[in-house]
Design a protein around this ligand. Structure first.
Ligand code: SF4
Ligand code: SF4
Length: 410
């Protein structure tokens, strides 16, 4: 019954927004959207309210607890700005059309991050190349029109702690760009490479991140983190906080897309709660994180999700979180990589289950299929030995999952 009420509310919201956007979709591109989408974005922002801020890393810059991303649609960017969103991850995605006017007009009020990949094929086999990183950032500065980036982020991070110590090409590129006033702070997004067959001596994200904090060159990091927390990453977050190192969670909505489509599951949640909203409350009030990236795809998700930012968990949210955590622990990978080292077939299990999330939770099937096609070893070579299952803290049915994902995406 309560789910039917939620669906009714959602359908109403969807219809209202569709009507409001009717006929203008073609104009909502490039940087001319301010004049057209303004009232709708403002209306949603009024319902959501202002995001609290927290202090990021050694610079103690005040950033919104929910950060934005360069791949958000322009109406979502505008609504975000109205709510006080002031940090933009992957701002180099604005290279095609230029940064949104709402940011360019008030450039100093925003922190914009350029995300830089290794050069060459991928984050596994790609290389650091000081000159190429410098060239890319300069091109991004020019094409976005931003004038400079506040943060330069190494995408996908280091393979192991030895690489952090030995390979300083990315840091040197940053120093050169900093001298020219084109970047200000250094940061990274870190994945786990523990047990990966595609890198030598790959280590977990927690291990590499601790080395990054101790190295002292980077100001903050993004990493995968989701409810109900993870003991290893919780320890790292506490350590980072003591050292004034900023922490930003990504890939936060583990399994929630699937939950939202499952009406039987949604019927189990207490009235007035929703998975996105409860998770946002938890991330922004119950953890020691500096901020979080929580992906939303439309205004309806914006309102439902972000209206939880900075708000305490109510009793009913706690109940919802317990139900969601049990469901996610039964169905959705945490991407900790613990299953990886024992796989005799060297199947990239955590990658495969990340692509499953892109498809099943984000509904981004093209991206999931493309990434799956790029894997050198796929789920179809699983021999069912179950080494992975005994290593997995959630005891997920990994052989069943990798073969299902192969059927879906292969
Ligand atoms: S069951 Fe399959 S995925 Fe798991 S360790 Fe064995 S071969 Fe690898
Ligand atoms: S399948 Fe289990 S062990 Fe492997 S990455 Fe996911 S949660 Fe970790």
């Amino acid at each position: 019954m309560k789910n039917r009420n939620t669906l009714k509310r959602r359908n109403f919201l969807k219809l209202s927004l569709t009507a409001a956007f009717g006929g203008m979709a073609g104009k909502l591109v490039g940087n001319n959207w301010m004049q057209t989408a303004g009232p709708v974005a403002q209306g949603i922002a009024n319902k959501v309210g202002t995001f609290p801020r927290s202090k990021l890393g050694y610079s103690q810059r005040e950033v919104s607890v929910i950060i934005g991303a360069g791949d958000m649609s322009s109406n979502l960017v505008e609504a975000g700005v109205q709510c006080g969103m002031n940090y933009w991850h992957k701002a180099n995605r604005w290279m095609n059309f230029g940064a949104p006017d709402i940011i360019l007009k008030n450039r100093e009020a925003h922190y914009c991050q350029v995300t830089v990949d290794r050069v060459g094929s991928s984050h596994y086999s790609g290389r650091f190349d000081e000159d190429e990183h410098v060239r890319y950032v300069k091109e991004a500065v020019k094409k976005t029109g931003l004038g400079y980036f506040d943060d330069m982020q190494l995408h996908f991070g280091y393979h192991n702690t030895e690489e952090v110590k030995q390979n300083k090409a990315f840091v040197r590129a940053f120093e050169r760009l900093k001298k020219q006033g084109l970047v200000k702070h250094l940061c990274l997004s870190q994945h786990s490479y523990a047990g990966s067959s595609r890198v030598e001596n790959g280590q977990s994200d927690a291990k590499v991140l601790k080395a990054i904090v101790d190295d002292g060159l980077y100001e903050h990091a993004q990493f995968m983190y989701s409810y109900p927390g993870d003991p290893e990453m919780d320890e790292f977050i506490a350590y980072a906080k003591k050292k004034n190192f900023g922490t930003i969670a990504m890939k936060t909505a583990r399994g929630i897309g699937r939950m939202n489509r499952d009406s039987d599951f949604m019927d189990k949640l207490p009235q007035g709660t929703s998975p996105y909203n409860a998770m946002t409350r938890w991330l922004t009030t119950e953890t020691s994180l500096t901020a979080a990236v929580i992906r939303v795809r439309n205004m309806e998700e914006f309102e439902e999700t972000y209206s939880g930012a900075g708000k305490k968990l109510r009793d009913q949210d706690l109940q919802a979180m317990a139900i969601m955590s049990a469901e996610a622990d039964r169905t959705a990978c945490r991407m900790c990589g613990k299953c990886q080292p024992g796989c005799p077939q060297q199947i990239p299990i955590a990658d495969i289950l990340r692509f499953e999330r892109y498809a099943m939770d984000d509904n981004d099937w093209n991206k999931a299929r493309k990434l799956y096609a790029s894997l050198p070893t796929k789920g179809n070579v699983c021999v069912g030995c179950e080494n992975c299952v005994s290593a997995c803290p959630l005891e997920l049915n990994i052989p069943g999952k990798v073969s299902r994902v192969h059927a879906m995406l292969g």
